[in-house]
Design a protein. Sequence first.
Length: 434
Amino acid sequence: MNSLIRFAAVVPALCAFAGASSQNHPLTPQEGEVTIINPSATRSDSGLTVINIYNIFLQNAPKSHKKSGVPNFAIEGKNKKFYLGIGGTAKATLSYDWGDPIDNGFNFTTSSIPMNPRKGDGGLVQFSAATSGLYLNFVALPGDKNQLGVYIDFNLTGNSYGFDLQYAYIKYRGFTAGYDYSLFSDMAAAPPSIDNEGPCGFTAIPNGVLDYRHSFGQHWSLGVGVEMPMVSATTGEKTYVVNQRVPDIPAYVQYSWGGGKSWIRFSGIVRNMLYRDEIADKNRDQVGWGVKMSGSASLTPLVTAYYQAAYGEGITSYFQDLYEGGLDMVPDGSGRLKAVKAWGGYFGLQYNISPKVYATTTYSHLRNYAPDYSGGSTAWDSQYKYAQYALANVIWQISPHLSTGLEYIYGRRVDMSGLSHHDNRIQTMLQVTF
């Protein structure tokens, strides 16, 4: 069956789930203040204006706890027709790794654990300010049905602290268009960490998106999108990945309670992956699919849970530990590729020790089931089989804009051959948001 026709058959079913409102992270304050540099409000209504501006910026901001997205200062347009705020984060970390150190001071990525380490490289000290950055939050016609939001965010990333775009999207009437995290990602369900990467089994991948979200009442919300296809395969003899023709289609349905502090989300994704069979001299396709449950729950006033469980075929590109890892498809005989089964998830608990201090523990696992093959661009024996990630931290919010903390991470990678290596990291952080 033609890949486009086959894919069109599933689109109407997914489009039945049209919409969903965004979910804020449990650590995100629901109220706050924004100082207007050029206020036009009168003394009598200035307090109300400040509260509304915060909420408007919050609606337009990303939902990750790593990005507040709400600036402390903003410019007000004539007749309050728009608000423009610029904010940012300055974050410095100091870490020490032992075992088989990952040469990255800001992302603890278990797939990057060295599997053939040099003798003598059993320890590593690293300093990084790589996740520091700036953002712009712009909202026009606030409170109107035609409210328009624009959000742009970049980090200074890598050893050279180069420009790294994090977000660049437009929001209008429930639609989000631009560069954002996939609708298959539930960013508000991420357990808090100093580590920028987070759990190995987390489906947290930025992408080119055209998504629609809508909420129904206080509890239900839905979403559907069309997103940039991203295929990473290990090719074999007489095969190669061709240009993709069909977008990935994610969707979700969510139920929330407790004033939005708790929720459970069921997500799905369908994707078409094209490759070239040089023996038959034609293009072939594999259909990838995935299902996921994610969310957060306020178990008690002192304990919050974060969770995710995902399973599918041909979706390893959506797990951040296997992004561009070549495991969406692997060789299945001459001229053929086969979609790989995989599952991943995590469970985390946040303990609120005091109003300004909390601790987090998290465990994550990610595994794929690539069948044994020969002749691939990457040998089967050296392919990633599974990884484990465990974290414990204590974070002190010294003030609304200053925080510090201490964190321990353990990571282990195992290849198909059974070869196993691990890394330990202890790190501290000082962070300022503005």
